[in-house]
Design a protein around this ligand. Sequence first.
Ligand SMILES: [Fe+2]
Length: 266
Amino acid sequence: MTSISLSPTTFDGVDLPDLQQQSASIRDCIQEEDVALLRGWISRAAVDGAMDRLRSGFSLENDTKLDHKSRVTDPRDIPNYQRLMLGEFGATETERSFFVRMFYNPLWNGDQWGLHDTFRRMIRLRNALYDVAPDHCLEAPQNSTYTLSRVHQYPRGGGFLAAHRDTVAAGVPESTGLNGYIQVLLVMSEKGRDFHTGGGYYVKHGERILYEEFTQPGDVLVYNGQTLHGVETVDPQEETNLASAHGRYSATVTLYQPRRGVMKMG
Ligand SMILES: [Fe+2]
C-alpha cells in the first residue's frame, strides 16, 4: 500500500536574496501539488502584533453591509472598511456561501493595524510567483488592477466559507496577461488557542486537509485556481457573538479590478 502525503511541501526560511530562485521551485511545487507552505517569510511576531491591534481596536459599530470596492471606479477611492458577510448566493446551484467579516485595508490608506509591511512582503512574494516586477501593484493601482489587501475573520460560533475554487479572482491576472493564478494566504491564528474545531482547508485526493492542524501564525499557504478550498465551520458549538473579535483569521493580497466602469488613470 502506498501512502500519500496530504500535508503540503514546506519551504522553510525563504528570504529576499533567494526569492527569485526559490519562487521557481515553489511554482513547480504548486503546479504539481496545487498547494505549498512557506515558513519564515512573514514573522510570527508581526502577525501577533497586528492581531493584538485588530482585537483591541475592534468594534461591532464599524460593521457595514456596503461593499465599497464595488461602488467605485477608481480603486484609490476604496476606504478602509469592515464588512460583515453572511449569506448564500448563486443563480442556480450555490456559487458563494459564507459567514465572514472582512477588514479591507488598501496600502494607500492608513496602516491601522500595523500590517502594511506584512502586506508588502506578501505582495513581493505574490509578484515573484507571478514572475512580474517586485513592485507590481505594490503601493498603488496599476492601470485597472490593484491589490485588495485584507484580513478575514471567521467568527467562533459559525464562521465558514463553502468549498470553492477562486474562479472570479483567477480571471484578473489572466485578463492582464499574467500566467495562471496564485493565491497567497497568510495564516493569522492558531488552532487550539484561538479556535478549536474547523478552520481553513483544501481538498486533496478527496480529503479535507485542515491546514491549521500543522501551521502557525506567520505561515503562508500558496495555492492556485485549481485548488478546492474553504473554511470548515469554526467552533459551531460556541455562542455566536458578533460583538466579539474572536475566531479564525487569515489575510490575502489578491489582484483585483473594479467591477463597474473603466478606471480613469490620471
Ligand atoms: Fe477562495
